[in-house]
Design a binder for this molecule. Sequence first.
Ligand code: SF4
Ligand code: SF4
Length: 172
Amino acid sequence: MTDGLLLRVLKAVVRAAWALEYGVRRGARRLARRPAYALAGACGGCARCCEKPTIAAGPILWRLPWSRRVFLAWQRRVNGFALVEADPTMRTFAFRCGHFDWATRRCDSYASRPFMCRDYPRALLDQPWPELFPTCGYRPLAPNAAAAREALARTGLSEAEREALERKMFLR
Ligand code: SF4
Ligand code: SF4
């Protein structure tokens, strides 16, 4: 169901808070010169990331049932996310989004979509081995990609072998 005015305003406020937090976190990472993947490519609009939006939650949410209830109620009421799967091992919640139209593969409230939808797949770049959807137009780029490509060029591998390795290691 399309977001009304109240939800649009509420989501804009929450989105700004998340954008600030992630901006600070990523800025600190850059200042500390901690290597991270860069994001290459562009969104091709496949909408694969809308099929089952997933949120990784901190330990507090898993330990305190009431905080989990509040979190899930918020997701349902504000973001339109209905819980379909909770994975305590990975500490993730997977949802079905009420804004996603499976027939047209469009979001009915695109302008007020949450921060995580806008940010996808940047949060995955913090992982040691980011796994994006195969249809995603984005791709991670390793921090030392250019130097590693040059080193590979000196190995005597065939062009096809080098290309395959470069893709596997997120070097291109
Ligand atoms: S809110 Fe929109 S962009 Fe986000 S998962 Fe749902 S359909 Fe996709
Ligand atoms: S999976 Fe990637 S290409 Fe597809 S809609 Fe999401 S961000 Fe865009």
